[in-house]
Write a protein that binds this ligand. Structure first.
Ligand code: ATP
Ligand code: MG
Length: 228
């Protein structure tokens, strides 16, 4: 593993068990990603893409294998250290937005800075306003999430993912709910972050956006088939 390797997985497995079914959502994933890479993961519905992002982003455990994130052996650190790593380094854009309905859009976007600590309330809200501006939602800052359209909620979630200046961004269908204009705006924003040194992993069904990535990895039945 070279110094610039940010993600190193060896034979990682994730198995979901229910009463009737055992699903090998990750069935031996080998993956190396270097800092500053822009990687797109493609594959059919149910092949394990979202599971892979959740494991990479420390939202979910894995059952077997090895995973090092920025050199840290993820399987060996405690929950606190995990949470710290996640909050500092990783920005998520989920398929579901997970916005908190009791808060305004502005407060939702500011939340990661609140959790991280070290920012005054004014700093948190100023930065949130600037992110909302970048995703074209400045006029919706005081709305509640349920007063926004699906695409607007998605953009708010993206602003929230970016507010902590993460070094690694994991984006699961980031433009799934957006029209062409807003999709292009979001993809351009993500591109500009990569230009500034961020590592980006996206899952997308849109071939035009997949082509923007530096690397395209195919996934099938819980395994990566390699680059193309
Ligand atoms: N919490 C869970 N419990 C049981 N099975 C699960 C759970 N989460 C995911 N799975 C199963 O694991 C497999 C991989 O799911 P995953 O969400 O990673 O697929 P995906 O590639 O992201 O699909 P899509 O393109 O439809 O979003 C699927 O068969 C899914 O049904
Ligand atoms: Mg998915």
């Amino acid at each position: 593993m070279s110094d610039s390797t940010i993600i190193a997985m060896k034979s990682v497995h994730r198995i979901y068990r229910t009463d009737t079914l055992e699903t090998h959502a990750l069935a031996g994933v080998d993956l190396e990603i270097r800092a500053g890479d822009y990687v797109s993961i493609e594959g059919p519905s149910g092949c394990g893409k979202s599971t892979l992002l959740s494991v990479i982003g420390l939202l979910e455990d894995f059952d077997l294998g090895e995973y090092r994130l920025a050199g840290v052996p993820v399987g060996e650190i405690d929950l606190r250290e995990r949470a710290r790593l996640r909050n500092r380094e990783i920005g998520f854009v989920f398929q579901s937005f997970n916005l908190i309905q009791e808060m305004t859009v502005l407060e939702n976007v500011a939340l990661p800075l609140h959790y991280r600590g070290g920012f005054s309330r004014k700093q948190q809200l100023d930065k949130a306003a600037s992110l909302l501006d970048q995703v074209g939602l400045q006029e919706r800052a005081d709305h509640r999430p349920n007063q926004l359209s699906g695409g607007q909620q998605q953009r708010a979630a993206i602003a929230r993912a970016l507010i902590g200046d993460p070094s690694l961004i994991l984006a699961d269908e980031p433009t799934g709910n957006l029209d062409q204009e807003n999709s292009d705006r979001i993809m351009d924003l993500l591109d500009s972050l990569v230009d500034n040194g961020v590592t980006l992993l996206t899952v997308t069904h849109n071939p035009d956006y997949a082509r923007r990535a530096h690397r395209r990895v195919q996934m099938l039945d819980g395994r990566l088939l390699g680059d193309r």
